[in-house]
Design a protein around this ligand. Structure first.
Ligand SMILES: Nc1ncnc2c1ncn2[C@@H]1O[C@H](COP(=O)(O)OP(=O)(O)O)[C@@H](O)[C@H]1O
Ligand SMILES: [Mg+2]
Length: 460
């Protein structure tokens, strides 16, 4: 028997099954987004006739299948173009970490032409970009994912979609942009005159509801887990099982399964998952938790993946509701830790001050208590020192991020609201995060805690 803790056989996951619950897996069909995909197809259609696609804007909160839908539809178009020997090029560009038009233009040059003109003036970079497009020629579809990272430095978004109208590129070049944004407000903040002319079409991805999330999870589960099949119902009310062959790594295989039982996938509804390794409530619970929050498929899948991993690490052979609850707690903690890591220096200072006081045994911590520690700390690391009121705003923000709890206290001072603050995370977790912040390299937290020990403790 294979008894190593790294034994590769799993009682829960099918061989290679975890991959279906990972971020990298892209489904080829998204039945819950049929309408949105049809709209996108309409925008892309002119490209299939050798002209330019419509400039299109996809928006919706994170985890709504925007990236997956765009990827699936573009690969469909690419396959068609290849079969028809069309002169079509698609480029998928993630704007993660790109916050200026300049960096975006450089990145696109590199992607399209292989060379990054970083360092040259903007006009030169743009010339590079148009040259690269001219060299490629034909229809060019550029997907700019997470375009909201550009913030307000969005100049390039005015020239790029109109490169052809403005004669920046040759007559035989048909460029177009598919912009994708997770931030619903971002587009509203664009220059009003330009915002309407920027895109021909715009497609909104509404949050998934619990039923849709359940279906998405069920399909993933049928591939990820052992002994797990989907039970569908046809329009006559007859039930039948579909089990997907793991060797086929896409949803197209699912459609084939339907054909093999003489059913049309679009007419059938998924009624349940039959599984030896998932108890009945696991998928509905993951779906419900995610639906209550942001309706994010990413989050729902994460709950399922974590729940299964927890069950497995505990040596259980079935994933139960309890594992989902633990998974949800863990995922939430991870999110809070990420929130702590991404704070500004002022946010870190405010957090550090509360943490130090709490470790020193203080309770009912008031703004002015925090401010004393804050001042000492900001002096020490040579950071800007805010007024007490502005520092308090940072504390309130920490409360909104679920990192600390701010309570309005009864004994409010005249003319302002008084608060008490309490950590909502383990002090040791906060310290771990703070110690990793380079700005705090010279801070000895143990020392500071000793300085602020409560009187009882110093006397006792
Ligand atoms: N309708 C769907 N069917 C199957 N998987 C989906 C569906 N919608 C989203 N997903 C999956 O959920 C995750 C998040 O989707 P993604 O397209 O990255 O969201 P967005 O780009 O809107 O943030 C990905 O793993 C994706 O494959
Ligand atoms: Mg995305």
């Amino acid at each position: 028997m294979d008894s190593s803790p790294y034994s590769t056989t799993s009682e829960i996951f099918a061989v290679g099954g975890e991959d279906y619950l990972k971020e990298g897996h892209t489904p080829t069909t998204l039945p819950e987004r049929q309408e949105e995909i049809l709209k996108l197809r309409r925008s892309l259609k002119p490209a299939a006739r050798g002209a330019g696609a419509e400039n299109t804007f996809l928006s919706g909160k994170a985890g709504q299948g925007k990236t997956a839908a765009a990827k699936a539809e573009l690969s469909e178009l690419e396959a068609f173009a290849e079969a028809q020997a069309l002169d079509l090029t698609t480029v998928f560009f993630s704007c993660e970490g790109i916050s200026s038009s300049y960096t975006l233009a450089c990145g696109l040059c590199e992607k399209l032409g292989g060379e990054n003109p970083n360092g040259h003036p903007m006009q030169k970079v743009l010339d590079h970009l148009w040259d690269a497009m001219n060299d490629i020629g034909g229809t060019i579809i550029i997907v700019l994912d997470e375009i909201d990272n550009l913030g307000t430095d969005d100049k390039i978004l005015y020239s790029l979609p109109r490169a052809r109208d403005k004669d920046y590129v040759n007559d035989d070049v048909y460029p177009s942009i598919i912009g994708i944004s997770n931030d619903l407000q971002w587009r509203d903040n664009l220059d009003p005159a330009a915002k309407d002319s920027l895109y021909d079409d715009s497609i909104f991805f509404a949050p998934y509801d619990a039923n849709e999330l359940r279906d998405i999870l069920s399909r993933r589960a049928s591939k990820a887990f052992r002994e797990t099949t989907l039970v569908y119902q046809n329009p006559d009310g007859e039930e039948f099982e579909i089990s997907v062959d793991l060797d086929d790594d896409d949803d197209a295989s699912l459609t084939e399964c339907f054909e093999s039982v003489d059913a049309d996938r679009d007419d059938c509804t998924l009624v349940r998952v039959e599984s030896d390794v998932l108890s009945d409530d696991v998928i509905p619970l993951c779906a419900a938790y995610a639906a209550q929050d942001k309706g994010s498929a990413r989050q729902a899948i994460k709950y399922l993946r974590k729940a299964a991993a927890i069950a497995e690490s505990e040596g259980d052979t079935r994933v139960e509701e309890e594992h989902v609850r633990t998974a949800k707690g863990e995922a939430e903690r991870e999110l809070i830790i990420e929130g702590m890591e991404q704070l500004t220096t002022q946010g870190h200072l405010a957090l550090a001050a509360v943490t130090i006081l709490e470790l020193a045994g203080h309770s009912g911590i008031r703004t002015r208590d925090v401010y004393d520690v804050y001042k000492a700390l900001s002096d020490h690391i040579d950071a800007d020192q805010l007024a007490q009121r502005r520092m308090r705003d940072h504390l309130i923000e920490l409360d909104m991020l679920s990192i600390i709890r701010a309570r309005k206290s009864a004994s409010g001072s005249v003319g302002g609201e008084a608060y008490t603050f309490k950590l909502r995370v383990e002090p040791s977790t906060a310290i771990d995060v703070l110690e990793a912040v380079s700005r705090f390299d010279s801070v000895d937290f143990d020392d500071l805690v000793k300085n602020w020990l409560t009187e009882q403790q110093t006397l006792g």
